[in-house]
Design a protein around this ligand. Sequence first.
Ligand code: ADP
Ligand code: MG
Length: 263
Amino acid sequence: MPPPVDAPLIAAEGVTRIFRRGSIFHGRSTVAAVADVSLAVAPGEVLGLIGESGSGKSTLGRLLLGLVPPTAGIVRYRGTALASALPRDLRRRLQIIHQNPMGALDPRMTVRRALDEPLAIHRFGNRAERLERIRLQLDRVGLRAEHLERYPHELSGGQRQRVCIARALVLDPEFVVADEPVSALDVSIQAQILNLLRGLQQDHGFTMLFVSHDLSVVNYIADRVAVMHDGRIVEQGPRKEVLFQPNHAYTRSLLAATAALRT
Ligand code: ADP
Ligand code: MG
């Protein structure tokens, strides 16, 4: 039976991820980075995920991409449970944009090679077709042909994040986890990169989990918001409800620590 049209693209059902920490010298303990989380992301939706550092946001993002296997529970993509080793075709459709673009890029690769790598891995076209795709992709993220042969250290922080965004989107993914994509950037260029991401999401319609500890950023970009605290989702709902009429005391405390948001 085909799934109903309003079926989620990605869903977590009772997902838990436990990590071990410590050493044999200091004793071992375990931490539930993500504890019994259930959430669903609808096709084309931007779900904002907020919570303080260490609350489990990145781990949840990686679980939804199949990059980390759950200790318990299931992640479903279009209704089908993600296997521990994703088939190549599915891997292509699930992408991540990291907080730190310098760490995400290989310092020895030019922009052209950084964008060619995913295309070559997924056997996209011939050399000329790939170069055409790379040029189009650079244009979409506001870079130019002159950037093709540059290395990461020859670019500004904002330009590097544009390259990472271009690389994540070059194979037209269906689901993108943007994990604090502007947190490491100068405040003066955060808005440019946010605008770019929002525009690309609106043009291409990919589904996005947008992780941030900055509520004003999430208020700008998200359709719905989920609030994470100690590995659990304590509240989720439409952006305006969660950010302007929160039910949970923890959400209210996050809001109290933030300058007034604009509806
Ligand atoms: P956030 O992104 O909200 O800052 P994380 O998902 O990075 O939170 O981390 C949640 C908790 O899980 C933290 O206590 C962190 O130390 C722990 N953790 C995350 N990844 C690992 C790992 N690979 N090994 C051990 N502990 C981890
Ligand atoms: Mg994180």
